[in-house]
Design a protein around this ligand. Structure first.
Ligand code: ATP
Ligand code: MG
Length: 392
């Protein structure tokens, strides 16, 4: 019996005139994602990607990898049948014997996209359902509340059988590469990797920037950021990570600005530098991980002050989310365990005791007057280290 992986993509996205472009990008992303996983043959028809895996022992790995590709909504393994009702029955019996165990309630759902197939969908259900009911005397037909939904799909070349409950949910969203590029400010925390994932999910390619204050932040902290980038890269294929030396800027801020303004002045430097790096790399927006009110620098007044120095869109996808929701997403994308490693971040090293929560632009600008902003930015830009990060 031959097994195949069927991956389905959302149909909403196909409503525009961009279908062919969308499909080409999706196919190339899938090939790329599977390149180092297994030898496969891939084709696309009827909003479904058919993935045949040379070495069938790798089929679960392939399915898991596909569940990280944006644009796919569902991934399922299925048994391949001849387009012959007797063969469909026999394959269903053999393939689903571990699902249709004693006491299980089941129903059959059929879909016939090959209209030349002599049985219509309701007839396929009756035929296959009746047969399975006879062959497995301890299972019960229940069309309203089944434990197992047996799916039969009669398609162009073959028919396919699987249990719907074994389907893996896909990422949804749009294929990377359909939505230009944005630049993520990636700290070592929980929030920014989640923010990056959410924007990538809309088809946007991601560059990342980390501000790094050696020796106040250690090499382990840098490794942690690289690991987080490689976790994001599982979804986006490759991430260019720019490590920006930030020590000089932070020391100057510490020495020359009022303590309660330190964080915001520092945040404004990050945003200015990020915009320059983004523009140099044809990136159209910045992404950050704030959520309103989470900390002093994330009040609306503080966000106003921070964002005022940038003249490009700043995407803040977590802005209305609670910490708990963000944490759930962090776990789901596989970043949480890395994010909670206790290495210091450049912000935590220079945190004031009493940061201002209701800042005004004019006061922060006054505090910045003591600094040579342009020279500091230029020196930081000169020290940038670029790392190409690939999936872990
Ligand atoms: P995170 O969990 O992402 O670290 P946070 O709750 O700690 O976020 P802040 O420290 O206020 O929040 O930072 C807000 C945002 O600024 C972060 O989500 C991130 O996008 C960016 N940021 C903060 N520190 C850094 C850094 N060292 N390098 C790059 N970006 C940073
Ligand atoms: Mg942080």
């Amino acid at each position: 019996m031959k097994e195949i992986v069927l991956a389905k993509y959302g149909e909403i996205i196909l409503k525009g005139g961009n279908r062919a472009r969308f499909e080409n990008i999706l196919m190339s992303n899938i090939k790329n994602a599977l390149r180092n996983v297994a030898e496969t043959r891939i084709r696309l028809a009827q909003a479904t990607v058919y993935v045949e895996v040379e070495d069938e022992s790798k089929i679960d790995l392939v399915a898991k990898r596909l569940s990280m590709v944006f644009g796919l909504v569902a991934i399922t393994k299925a048994a391949v049948c001849k387009k012959d009702i007797e063969n469909i029955k026999a394959v269903a019996k053999e393939y689903l014997k571990n699902d249709l165990t004693a006491g299980k309630r089941f129903k059959v759902e059929a879909k016939r996209s090959d209209k030349a197939f002599p049985y219509k969908s309701p007839q396929i259900c009756l035929e296959v359902g009746g047969y399975l009911d006879d062959e497995f005397p301890d299972i019960i037909v229940d069309v309203h509340n089944p434990d197992v939904t047996v799916k039969v799909e009669v398609r162009d070349f073959d028919a396919y059988v699987y249990a719907d409950e074994n389907r893996i949910q896909g990422q949804g969203g749009m294929p990377i590469g359909t939505g230009s590029k944005a630049t993520l400010l990636l700290s070592g925390g929980i929030d920014s990797p989640v923010a990056g994932h959410m924007i990538a999910k809309r088809g946007v390619e991601i560059d990342a920037i980390n501000f790094f204050s050696y020796p106040y932040t250690s090499d382990r902290a840098k490794e942690k950021v690289i690991t987080l980038a490689s976790i994001l890269a599982r979804y986006t294929s490759k991430i260019n990570l720019y490590i920006v030396p930030f020590t000089e800027i932070q020391l100057q801020i510490r020495d020359k600005c009022p303590e309660e303004h330190m964080t915001l002045v520092m945040r404004r430097f990050m945003m200015r530098i990020a915009e320059r790096i983004a523009r140099q790399n044809n990136s159209k927006a910045l992404i950050t991980g704030e959520s309103v009110g989470q900390v002093a620098s994330q009040t609306l007044a503080a966000l106003d002050v921070t964002n005022a120095v940038v003249d490009m869109p700043i995407l803040q996808p977590l802005i209305g989310m609670d910490k708990l929701e963000i944490t759930d997403r962090s776990v789901a994308i596989g970043a949480y365990e890395t994010s909670i490693l206790p290495y210091e971040d450049c912000c935590t090293v220079f945190t004031p005791k009493h940061p201002t929560t209701n800042p005004r632009r004019i006061n922060i600008e006054k505090s910045e007057k003591h600094l040579d902003i342009e020279t500091l930015i230029e020196r930081a830009m000169e020290g940038i280290e670029k790392i190409e990060v690939f999936p872990e």
